[in-house]
Ligand binder design. Sequence first.
Ligand code: MN
Length: 236
Amino acid sequence: MPDDAALPATSYVIPPAPVASLPIKGSSQVFPVRRIYCVGRNYAEHAIEMGSDPTREPPFYFAKPADAVVINGADMPYPSVTKSLHHEMELVVAIGTGGSDISVADALKHVWGYCCGLDMTRRDIQNEAKKTGRPWDMGKGFDNSAPMGALVPAAGVDPSKGLIELKVNGQVRQTSDLSKLIWSVPEVIANLSQLVRLEPGDLIMTGTPEGVAAVVKGDLLEGVVEGVGEVRCRIV
Ligand code: MN
């Protein structure tokens, strides 16, 4: 069959949204983002600072839209309707192979790579939602709420240990170690894949250590995860 006899392209009534994507360190290719899942309270010291019991309760999740991604180095506009924009520095897992009911033993085989991410949070809106038993979506899943660094392939990354740190204007605000994750990366993948089928392109933000605090316009956020890379973002 000649090329020009291929099936006609789907005709959308409006232009479809562009595919959100992340850069890959040292590559001109990019990683297409499908969904962004986030783990709540996955470091004991952060659970305590949020007023929760740090015992090993089952992990719980919320989500951000794929197009909440802010590419590394780009500015993040200070969001509307908040007076308390908090940083949450996190290790991000990028799924390369999908699956349901993935075992802990097999979980890391589903990972394409890792990057650093910031789960930016409108804390005042989230706190109000907690009080009233309403969804967290508008506290967590707002526009530009997920600045992320470049991805690195999984080979050579050990997500079970390593420094995780965030500086704001050069001052250390959050510092911890991946070994302090209450639910490890394989355990999170296994648990989440029981709730939803994971697909290639899904990102999982694995939770933040203690030290979350507010930022204001002009602040420069610089995060690192040892062995993974960095994320850099200015609030404007
Ligand atoms: Mn978080």
